[in-house]
Design a protein around this ligand. Structure first.
Ligand SMILES: C[S@@+](CC[C@H](N)C(=O)[O-])C[C@H]1O[C@@H](n2cnc3c(N)ncnc32)[C@H](O)[C@@H]1O
Length: 271
């Protein structure tokens, strides 16, 4: 007779990952797994677990297997059409929210929204804001729209390349973006979770700074006077990004460090 206890002795997965898969297969909370670890398991559940376990052992990200990832304490649906939201991107959201504090009905733009994690979180945390979000990928926008609906956020999603998607909309108080910033030649693209994520969400196909350049240079004509732009970037790009912002006319240019002390979000104010 197979039970959670006997199955866990056989599995090559770390305990926490195994529990996540069992919670997903049985659709139960973690506490249930602990209280029922000697109950007999149905064969269908065992077969399903084995399938998911094999996918995980082959390296597929857990978020794609279970279909969601937590971000800013919300559960976002994810599929292989979207980047899995990262903890470091919460710094981008928090920096944007800090800037919005005290503003009554700000207009916010999220460029390259993917799962919608940034735009939806800002819309939920700043209910007075009007939030527009764009992406080149219509498959990603489908996921983002679903997330906005399920989480009860009001976001206007537009499809197209960076500012082209806006079809002339401007006058934003805040623009945020986590664009693809990994250089095409970076070997990390062939490693770990990145192998499973959409390549157009990860790399600009060039030096890693080309999307950041377009976003920074284009922000000037879309921000209100005194508006802010904040972008996420790679661990070694903060100096380049600060320079780009300064040469485009941004003031009060500064970077914010992540929990590891590495500058990952940089922005400034446009006058
Ligand atoms: C790094 S992902 C960020 C996703 C999401 N904002 C997040 O932080 O989890 C970059 C996103 O930019 C989108 N993208 C790539 N090239 C683009 C372009 N030229 N115009 C608009 N969006 C683009 C990708 O489809 C992807 O969803």
């Amino acid at each position: 007779m197979n039970t959670l206890r006997t199955m866990s002795r056989d599995s090559k997965l770390p305990r926490l990952e195994m529990q996540m898969l069992w919670r997903h297969v049985l659709q139960v909370p973690r506490s249930w797994l602990i209280a029922h670890d000697t109950d007999p398991l149905a064969n269908t559940a065992i077969v399903r677990f084995r399938e998911l376990e094999a996918r995980r052992l082959a390296g597929e990200p857990m978020a794609y297997i279970v279909g969601y990832r937590e971000f800013m304490e919300y559960e976002f649906l994810v599929s292989p059409a979207v980047l899995i939201p990262r903890p470091e991107t919460e710094l981008l959201v928090e920096t944007g929210l800090d800037y919005l504090k005290g503003k009554r009905s700000p207009r916010v733009l999220d460029l390259g929204t993917g799962s919608g994690a940034v735009a939806v979180s800002i819309a939920l945390r700043c209910p007075g804001a009007t939030v527009v979000a764009t992406d080149l990928s219509s498959a990603a926008l489908e996921v983002a729209r679903t997330n906005a609906r399920l989480l009860g956020a009001q976001v206007d999603f537009l499809q197209g390349g960076w500012y082209d998607a806006l079809a002339g909309r401007k006058d934003f108080d805040l623009i945020v973006s986590n664009p693809p910033y990994i250089a095409a030649a970076d070997s990390h693209l062939k490693e770990g979770d990145l192998r499973f994520e959409p390549v157009t969400a990860l790399t600009d196909g060039s030096d890693g700074l080309s999307a950041l350049r377009v976003i920074i240079e284009g922000a000037a004509g879309r921000l209100l006077a005194g508006g802010a732009l904040f972008v996420e970037h790679g661990w070694d790009q903060s100096q380049d990004v600060r320079q780009l912002l300064q040469s485009t006319g941004f003031k009060r240019v500064a970077s914010a460090p992540d929990l590891a002390g590495i500058d990952r979000v940089t922005g400034g104010i446009y006058n």
